[in-house]
Write a protein that binds this ligand. Structure first.
Ligand code: ADP
Ligand code: MG
Ligand code: MG
Length: 921
């Protein structure tokens, strides 16, 4: 059968080969080989595990036990002890370990090799009966439980019985005789549950243990875990078995055991961090039976050991060049290292250690950048909860937009605006779901909470765009807008009650939970500067207002890649004018409204250009279908209905008053008329009805079957040229005014939804005409660039002709993805995408992870065709993918110049851009 080698001594195994030896085994080998004090032992490979599992007869691979015996002899020689030797017994631990650490694999068995004979030897050698029996009873229980599934309770019952008979409450109160009795009882428990006597032969014990470890790879817990976390066979396949000489931290007060990090995993501080217990075995630290002491105390209790431990820390770090999380045991004054692995840290600690390890010349800047997963930085960039009192959430929804916020609950957008904006209170908008007309409530709120809808619901998408925390679809909350209250877990939340939402976890709490503000530490800034030096891609932000732009700068944005003018249209003081423009019946009426909008837009643009000077600001001309700015037909019908009621009652009153006159009771009639005087004049109601009816007619004429594929973007710009004219003029005048103040500004005009060069030509012609006019008016040349979004398939195909008009391309990958798949995003994500993903019909959600094979291919064609005609063509991306690390890597490979994403994502993107460059080298 197989001639493969299956067993490797710690001093010969390849420390880099985690796939073969498992993570724990590889590191035991590595540590042994670079001179750390690891108890002698050997690793049985993952290949042996796979061979065993593939073999139907469930026997170990040929010769495996021979290899084990040979290696055990080596260990015997190294330790001077004998496996099964009653006079001087060698005891070992049997530990599992695959290439990736995963719970669900078999637990470690300690003290293997003990039997009635070797036990005598241990007692003889240590002169400590109690120690001997304690070790034995631990072994019987662990072996029974771990290797042969004897339930813990069966052992615990006997243990408690002996304790009771001996009248002791603490384990330490048990005498050697008590422990001996426990061992006897345990052996019986073992026999009863397994139907065979406890194996006396150490090699039998070992063989059973090895098989159990191998078998645990296919155990339900392990299989479930691998499925849950997508651990594929190329990441980890099979488990290794580590056999390691036992060392004892429970041999008295000169012995101890502990776990430590070479640096603080919470803060990154360059100082040993961990815990230990004197006179204890490793498992006691984890089990939490006794409270361990902080590692700093070791310097007082065992100063010499503390020094050695510090040395061990230095050696580990200078070898692994990474923070280590390690296990140690001190047996009668000798320090052993039993395990090490790369330490898991929070983002703050990752960043700090990266920067400090570069300063210490431990790693290079490139290594410092590469050791941090870009997405990890998100943790640092949003406010997060400091839930020290462990408050229980009252509801859980989807983490729809990261960050946390506290505020007073409000149930509609108008109240949010009233309390949040006018009264300056912090509010959380709590609704069943949100609609475009709630937008002013978003602006006024700290965060958004909805009881319905998913991660792509209106609330989620808008909140993410604004960088506000959002929990969506918290179904445990029932909202009653009429009564201005909600109920969650039986608790009533009234308007004005304080609540806290965590958009990173989806949790909702009552009251205010303390918050940790995002920490833009000096270390993070330094790290990101290194990232910028290493990166080829430049990182822009999507920002719609000067405030957003300022925030983007804080995150290190190198410009604005997408400024959506329609967000400005939605502001409270603008919307009525925008509506006026839309409902205008004549060009003159429309022009009047546009004349009012021009100065507003000009000052908006000026502010953004000023804030960003001298960085580029890419402004997209109006994109959405204009009916989005109008009330919905449904809303209008219900308003009209109410107005008709009102008119009827006003009429009724007037009729009543009239009839009273007729009844010749002038006195009563006059009184009645007096009380009616404060009521609404009928003609006012009529006027209101007329206005609503006009609006309704307009809304109906603007209604489209497929608005997102309808009258929007450049199509709107060409059919209503006055709108684009106004915006173009506003941009150019804003630039001229900045330049007049000697501010260097770089506006870029971007046309949405373009599918043919002719469209771009028409808009360009408008631009040229207005430019001549504005330049004459301000007496200076205006510096700007003109470009196009690439977000429809035809635009990709026609890139070589679009490039004749456009100085830059910006891929709008949200729309381009919809267009490429012919999926509408909402429908896809709500209806069939999850099923497609689960069944591997599509691997990822293409709206989150850029579809390189389809959308990416179109992008690549467009880039190549564009650059063939204009090698200086600047190309970027401004869809949500622009902040996604793997999509950023693709953009790098495809030869883009920049990515643009939401402000808090900018640092993530900067690091991802650096990774993309470094990984290509
Ligand atoms: P885990 O993967 O759960 O950490 P380990 O194999 O590291 O499992 O072992 C569990 C505990 O037993 C740890 O505290 C470890 O330090 C201790 N241990 C393992 N092998 C030995 C040994 N040879 N001597 C002393 N303690 C050991
Ligand atoms: Mg361990
Ligand atoms: Mg678009």
């Amino acid at each position: 059968m197989s001639q493969k080698r299956h067993v490797y001594a710690f001093h010969e195994g390849d420390g880099k080969n985690k796939k073969l030896l498992g993570g724990k085994g590889a590191n035991l080998c590595e540590m042994t080989q670079f001179g750390l004090n690891v108890p002698p032992g050997f690793v049985i490979s993952t290949e042996a595990c796979l061979d065993y599992l593939a073999n139907e007869s469930k026997t170990l691979p040929d010769n495996l036990m021979n290899g084990v015996r040979t290696h055990m002899e080596q260990v015997e020689a190294a330790t001077g002890k004998g496996f099964g030797d009653a006079a001087n017994p060698l005891l070992v631990s049997v530990r599992s370990g695959s290439a990736m650490s995963m719970p669900g694999m078999m637990d470690t068995i300690l003290n293997l090799g003990l039997n009635s004979n070797t036990l005598e030897g241990v007692i003889e050698q240590t002169g400590d009966q109690r120690f001997g029996y304690d070790a034995y009873r631990r072994f019987i229980q662990l072996f029974g439980k771990v290797a042969l599934s004897v339930p813990d309770e069966a052992f615990d019952e006997e243990f408690e019985a002996v304790k009771q008979n001996a009248h002791v409450t603490e384990d330490v109160g048990l005498s050697a005789d008590d422990l001996k009795e426990i061992c006897d009882r345990f052996l019986k428990v073992f026999e009863k549950h397994t139907g065979r006597p406890f194996p006396e032969d150490p090699y039998d014990q070992l063989e059973i243990a090895i098989k159990a470890v191998f078998g645990s790879w296919m155990g339900k817990r392990a299989v479930d875990y691998r499925r849950q976390f997508n651990i594929t066979p190329d990441m980890a396949n099979g488990t290794a078995v580590n056999v390691c000489t036992m060392v004892f931290g429970n041999r008295g007060n000169d012995s101890a055991t502990g776990v430590a990090f070479t640096r603080n995993p919470g803060t990154g501080e360059n100082k040993l961090f961990g815990e230990y217990l004197v006179n204890a075995q490793g498992e006691d630290v984890v089990a939490g039976i006794r409270t361990p002491k902080p590692i700093a105390r070791l310097a007082e209790e065992m100063p010499e050991m503390a020094e050695q431990l510090e040395e061990l820390r230095q050696k580990l770090e200078s070898h692994y060049k990474e923070v280590q999380d390690f296990e140690f045991t001190i047996e009668r004054g000798t320090l052993y290292c039993l395990q090490t692995r790369n330490g898991k840290m929070n983002a703050t600690a990752m960043v700090r250690t990266s920067v400090e390890m570069v300063e210490e010349d431990l790693i290079s800047k490139e290594q410092a950048l590469l050791r941090i997963d870009p997405i990890y930085l998100e943790q640092m960039l949003y406010p997060r909860l400091n839930n020290e009192n462990k408050a229980e959430p009252v509801a859980q929804g989807l983490p729809a937009s990261p960050g946390a916020a506290s505020g007073l609950a409000v149930f509609d957008a108008d109240r949010a605006e009233l309390m949040g904006k006018e009264q300056g209170q912090k509010v959380i908008l709590l609704r069943e779901e949100t609609k475009p007309e709630d937008i002013h409530g978003f602006f006024a709120s700290e965060g958004i909470l909805t009881s319905r809808g998913g991660k792509t619901s209106h609330a989620a998408v808008v909140a993410r765009g604004m960088g506000k925390p959002c929990v969506a679809g918290a179904e445990g909350i029932s909202v009653d807008v009429q009564r201005r209250e909600a109920v969650a877990k039986g608790t009533v939340i009234r308007e004005g009650d304080m609540i806290t939402i965590d958009g990173s976890s989806g949790n909702v709490f009552l009251g205010q939970i303390p918050m940790v503000e995002p920490d833009f530490t000096e270390e993070l800034n330094r790290l990101l500067r290194w990232a910028d030096e290493a990166a080829y891609l430049r990182v822009m932000a999507n920002a719609d207002t000067a405030t957003d732009a300022g925030r983007a700068l804080k995150y290190g944005a190198m410009g604005i890649g997408l400024c959506r003018t329609e967000r400005m249209f939605n502001a409270v003081d603008r919307l009525p004018v925008v509506i006026e423009m839309i409902v205008a019946e004549t060009p003159a009426q429309r022009q009047a409204a546009l004349d009012k909008l021009l100065p507003m837009q000009r000052s908006d643009f000026k502010e953004i250009l000023e804030v960003m000077s001298p960085k580029p600001v890419t402004i997209r001309l109006l994109d959405p279908p204009i009916h989005e700015f109008l009330p919905t037909e449904q809303q209008l019908l219900s308003d009209l209905n109410e107005l008709h009621h009102l008119r009827n009652s006003v009429r009724g009153m007037n009729v009543l008053a009239g009839s009273m006159m007729l009844l010749q009771d002038p006195e009563l009639a006059r009184q009645e008329a007096d009380s009616l005087r404060h009521m609404v004049d009928e003609s006012l109601v009529e006027q209101a009805i007329e206005k609503k009816e006009t609006m309704l007619r307009k809304v109906r004429t603007l209604t489209e079957t497929n608005p997102m594929l309808g009258h929007r973007g450049v199509r709107l710009g060409i059919t209503f040229p006055e709108i684009y004219s106004m915006q173009i003029r506003a941009i150019l005048e804003a630039a001229a005014e900045c330049a007049a103040k000697d501010l260097e500004v770089h506006p870029q005009m971007m046309v949405p939804q373009v599918c043919t060069a002719e469209e771009l030509k028409r808009v360009k012609a408008m631009v040229d005409e207005i430019r001549v006019d504005v330049e004459a008016k301000y007496g200076q040349k205006i510096n700007f660039r003109f470009g196009t979004m690439i977000e429809v398939v035809r635009a990709c195909m026609r890139a070589d002709s679009l490039v004749e008009e456009a100085e830059f391309f910006s891929f709008g990958t949200n729309d381009l993805t919809q267009a490429t798949f012919s999926f509408s995003r909402e429908d896809a994500e709500n209806k069939f995408l999850p099923m497609y993903n689960q069944n591997d019909i599509l691997k990822d959600n293409p709206f989150e992870v850029l579809d390189e094979k389809g959308v990416g291919k179109l992008m690549q064609l467009a880039v190549d065709w564009g650059r063939q005609k204009n090698s200086k063509l600047s190309v970027g991306i401004c869809g949500e993918h622009g902040g996604h690390p793997s999509s950023i890597a693709f953009c790098h490979r495809a030869g883009l110049n920049y990515v643009s994403c939401s402000a808090p994502r900018v640092p993530v993107a900067r690091l991802a851009a650096a990774h993309a460059s470094l990984q290509q080298q």
